[in-house]
Design a protein around this ligand. Structure first.
Ligand SMILES: [Zn+2]
Length: 439
């Protein structure tokens, strides 16, 4: 087993840190799958290709460094579980492991350290709240697939006879409303307030212990959702709840579905998720104007999909075409699979009309998918045909349906942000955050 050795620079930062200099509030925001092409792409996406007069984005304004993401397993590209454990606990572990080291032993997260230091704690995600990234901050399990057991850790991992997480907002009703374990009833007995829709969330700002579960599993994609600003709403509500007292807080906010759009090689879906994530960062930066004693760190756990801006020798990337796509490729597939008039149904969701050869390829892929019930990763499937049209039209390349291992960017602002400058490992982020919440 490869043992990870902290860089000398990180060791200096850790020893230089004293509780007096610690920020009152620490906020970590993770764009799941948000490799460098996503932040560059997003900058083009919001700027109408007017390259002489770029508006800055939250990413250009706060970039401070980068981080390596490799897991403990030799020759592997990381998954979200190993990378989240690195950022939560400062420890390298195996893919699939949340909150345990490579030997399966539990490791304490920055959220737990914050709780033990008397701070309040929160987790926000657009995935299930017991999905790998948020799970690594509260649960201990060598297998991220053990979702029911991980959900139970939201009740069973405790400090001073209360659950570790004061406020958690996201998807994942399924296991909290499970009859046998009655997790929600246990949280209710601990004094938690529960909301299940965004209207009720607006009215729950003053609640000290708050659970918001807005879907049985993950929330709908922003591009398909009735609530496309769902991460912004949850971020605002978490801040309102956590900042309502003097203790200070640790909050992790995840833009979970950047990764899912990347797995699907769906650039319009990814840019919408980037928009919701970026706007959520802006909400935090606005909070920090009134609360300067706050640290914000933003990063990714890995890249997903290996997207490229430009493809196959063509020197073009067309964000204005991406903006003409108003549904995820998955939703387009569902509609076109049943369609009797592909061009007309396409036009309900996409503002560029199809060429004749594109219609012909969709018709034949529709027939193939109806006859074979082809999976989306079958290159002859209707899904693949839709993805191919959108990726060609926009000039977007993809190299995989999985993750890629290049370094991710690190963004930071506020008190202590200088500690995250330069080149670091994802475990250094965890170690620095833990030092900053300890007192
Ligand atoms: Zn992923």
């Amino acid at each position: 087993m490869r043992k990870y050795i902290a860089t000398a620079a990180a060791a200096v930062f850790l020893s230089a840190c004293t509780p007096d200099e610690n920020p009152k509030n620490v906020i970590l925001m993770i764009g799941d799958g948000m490799g460098p092409a996503y932040t560059s792409g997003y900058r083009y996406f919001v700027n109408d290709n007017n390259r002489a007069d770029f508006r800055p984005t939250v990413f250009t304004q706060t970039l401070v460094g980068n981080a390596s993401t490799f897991p403990a397993d030799p020759d592997s590209v990381t998954d979200s579980a190993a990378s989240a454990t690195a950022m939560a606990a400062g420890v390298k572990t195996l893919n699939g492991a949340v909150g345990v080291d490579a030997d399966g032993q539990p490791v304490d997260s920055v959220l737990k350290h914050a709780k033990q230091a008397g701070m309040r704690t929160g987790l926000v995600a657009t995935s299930e709240i017991y999905h790998a990234t948020p799970a690594a901050f509260v649960a201990h399990n060598a297998n991220r697939g053990e979702k029911h057991a991980i959900a139970q850790d939201f009740v069973n991992q405790r400090h001073n006879d209360m659950p570790l997480v004061d406020v958690f907002l996201g998807g994942g009703r399924k296991y909290f409303d499970h009859d046998e374990t009655a997790l929600w009833q246990k949280l209710e007995a601990d004094g938690y307030h529960r909301v299940d829709d965004f209207g009720a969330l607006e009215n729950a700002a003053g609640k000290r212990n708050l659970v918001g579960l807005f879907a049985d599993s993950g929330l709908p994609y922003a591009i398909d959702s009735d609530v496309p600003d769902r991460l912004q709403r949850m971020t605002r509500a978490a801040l309102a709840s956590l900042a309502g007292s003097d203790e200070g807080f640790f909050l992790m906010v995840e833009g979970s579905q950047i990764d899912w759009c990347g797995h699907n090689n769906d650039i319009a879906c990814a840019m919408k998720e980037m928009g919701d994530f970026a706007a959520s960062i802006e909400i935090v930066l606005e909070f920090m104007k009134a609360n300067p004693d706050t640290l914000l760190v933003v990063t990714a756990d890995h890249d997903t999909g290996g997207p490229s801006i430009g493809r196959e020798g063509s020197y073009r990337w067309m964000p204005k075409v991406i903006r003409q796509v108003r549904a995820s490729q998955g939703k387009l597939k569902e509609v076109l699979l049943e369609s009797e008039d592909i061009a007309a149904d396409w036009a309900r969701f996409v503002d560029f009309p199809l060429e004749d050869d594109e219609i012909a390829s969709l018709v034949s892929a529709q027939q193939y998918s109806r006859e074979t019930k082809a999976r989306d990763n079958d290159p002859k499937s209707l899904y693949a045909s839709i993805a191919d049209i959108i990726n060609r039209r926009t000039g977007t390349g993809w190299t995989t349906h999985g993750h890629t291992g290049e370094d991710v960017q690190v963004f930071a602002a506020g008190k202590g942000s200088e500690q995250f400058r330069g080149n670091q490992d994802n475990t250094d982020i965890g170690k620095k955050l833990i030092a900053l919440v300890r007192n």
